[in-house]
Every structure is written in C-alpha cells, then in structure tokens.
Design a protein around this ligand. Structure first.
Ligand code: S3P
Length: 183
C-alpha cells in the first residue's frame, strides 16, 4: 500500500464564469484544505484590484503580475493540501502552464458553453476588464480552447450546483489516489 501524498495541489482552470472560485471554496471547505484565488493573491501583492491593474498597466502588466503571483504561490504551497482557483487567462500563458505541469499539481478544467458563461458573468457583478465587450469575450473563449485542453481533467458544470461540481471533483480526487488508476 502506498502512503497518501503529503502535498496535494489542485488547480481549477476555466473561462470567466466557469465557477472556479465558488467551486474552489466549497471544495476546500469539504476537504478541509487551504483555498487560494490567484486574483486575490495578485491584488494583495500589487495593493490594487485586478481592474486597477488593467487600467494602470494594461493586460501586459496584469499578465506579468499574474505570472509572478503564481510563481510565489507555487513556492509557498509546496507543503500541505491546497485548492487554487486561477483567473481565466492564467493557464493560457505557456510559462504558467509549464510551471504547473512541472509542479506535479492536478489541473481540473471547469467547462460551460459560452451563453452560460455570459449569463453567469453578468449575474455575479464582478468587474472583469475582459468581459466588457461581447464580441471580444466570444473571441477569447474560442482562442483559449486549445490551451485549456491541456488540463488533466475536465468537468462540465452546466445545470449543476456549486456543491454538486465540488462533489464531482472530490470523487475524482479519491479516484486519483487509488493505486489502480494512478497516472
Ligand atoms: C481574466 C479572468 C479574471 C481575471 C482577469 C483576467 C481572463 O478572473 O484574472 O480579469 O483573462 O480571463 P476570473 O476567470 O476569475 O473571472
């Protein structure tokens, strides 16, 4: 019998409105693991909101801050058990994707169709600089498919409650721990 690993990191990936933060919080609570949201880590490091970073430094400045925050987060989560929600663009940056793949973390893509993501984003009231323009939102959604496909696992979230999606990920994690399905 193999001992359960002492470090586990599960990164939730997906487009804006996929439910990464709400599912991540619910999952971490169920498992009694730590939870971090990369956007909140960025805001704490920069002393600015995501919207302010975009306004002051553009998307390029935001991506730099995002990359640095992810590096820090990876270094600081090498012990213990963590659920980490990424912003929608973080996994799209090749450097971040490589860092995550090399870290041995588990990556789970939360999926929903474009119309559902649009509905959730307009309902949750969060200021998202890249969700202001409908055509750009749709274009981004298409352009990110290939990068998101590199996630190890994917879960469809349409029509499911937050706790149902969290329960599905929990099942998946216990399956990953079982030796016969170990990757
Ligand atoms: C972004 C998504 C946002 C946030 C930033 C950029 C993106 O996070 O990181 O506004 O590029 O998709 P959420 O996916 O949590 O909305």
């Amino acid at each position: 019998m193999t001992a359960a690993p002492s470090n586990r990191r599960v990164f939730l990936i997906g487009f804006m409105g996929a439910g990464k933060t709400s599912v991540g919080k619910a999952l971490a609570q169920r498992l009694n693991w730590e939870f971090r949201d990369l956007d909140r880590v960025i805001e704490a490091r920069e002393h600015k909101t995501v919207a302010q970073i975009f306004a002051d430094s553009g998307e390029t400045g935001f991506r730099k801050a995002e990359c640095a925050a992810l590096e820090d987060l990876l270094a600081n989560s090498a012990r213990g058990k963590w659920i980490i929600a990424l912003g929608g663009g973080a996994f799209v940056q090749p450097r971040n994707r490589t860092a995550l793949q090399q870290s041995g973390a588990i990556t789970v893509l939360l999926e929903a169709p474009l119309h559902e993501l649009k509905r959730r984003v307009s309902a949750d009231g969060i200021a998202r600089p890249l969700a202001q323009d409908e055509a750009k939102f749709a274009e981004l959604f298409e352009s990110r498919r290939a990068a998101y496909a590199a996630a190890q696992f994917r879960i469809e979230t349409t029509g499911k409650r937050v706790d149902e999606v969290a329960a599905e990920i929990r099942e998946l994690l216990s399956a990953v721990e079982r030796p016969e399905v170990k990757q």
